[in-house]
Design a protein around this ligand. Sequence first.
Ligand code: 5AD
Ligand code: FES
Length: 348
Amino acid sequence: MTGDGFISIVEAIETKQNITREQLELLLTGQENDYLMERATAVRQRVYGKDVYIRGLIEFTNYCRNNCYYCGIRRDNKKIHRYRLDKAGIMACCGEGYRLGFRTFVLQGGEDGFYTDDIICDLLESIKSQYSDCAVTLSIGEKSRASYEHYYRAGADRYLLRHETANEAHYGKLHPAELSLSHRKECLYNLKEIGFQVGAGFMVGSPGQTVDTLYEDLQFLRELNPHMVGIGPFIPQQDTPFGDKTAGTVEMTVRLLAIIRLLLPQVLLPATTALGTIDPVGREKGLMAGANVVMPNLSPKGVRDKYALYDKKICTGEEAAECIVCLKNRVDKLGYSIVCDRGDYIGG
Ligand code: 5AD
Ligand code: FES
């Protein structure tokens, strides 16, 4: 492909906010990516300026009833030490986070039946009454529509549920038969209808992923039109069935981040911890490819390493305060700045 060809493809994607399968293949396999990064950065700049939003991630339970082949906290992993944070523990994380400037708390966990809807709603009400200027995001998996409605009424603002892959057959390679793509999608549409700001997303380089499955991911994202998209490289976790598979690459991840920024200009796009794990400056590369969110960990230091979705996860030895200073420096160096507000979606 000539340089001109590359430029016209990027321009077409930006203008049409759409991509063809052939364009995707050319962008992912070509040598060049400067112009793609340049346009993604320009679009991000037009919508969000130099702001980088921060979300305080509280990983409150690593018990999970599911058995996803890629995930380190899957039910059949007998090697990990399981933990749950109680209400006081979670509130303490929020208190520390608030003091450090966080105005969004993300409560993330495995699908853990211990936390009934009543427990979750009580927690949400306490957080929202104590920190009324904060947004609360839930990331606790597939639930009934009625449960999602309860959470919303109790004050949850946002919900993260990556779709993982929009291709049926690929979904079946990543998950045991009891999980289905159709139910996953139904959950996402329910969440959106209820009024949540919704986050979907997928791993880059997961076993069985192809240009075709990625193309379906992008078309699904255009159709769902979520407020947030979380993408990061797949990283093998040694005690899972995918322990010896190959990890996704930084290169592919940043290209996809940039493409998603062009397709969904207003989307909130994190430079993920997984990206920072496969490359010491992975998050920086993500921020230069159109990402505008970082999600440092607020979980207590004692449990950090136990939320091991994948191997060699960064920041498990650092206090939240250390991470925020570290991130601030990294973000400043790029000419961006961390802002301490809720960081809501801009636009309709
Ligand atoms: N590598 C990278 N990301 C992973 N996730 C789970 N396991 C892994 C892994 N091995 C991602 C999934 C999930 C999110 C919370 O973490 O996409 O939705
Ligand atoms: Fe955690 Fe840099 S962000 S140490």
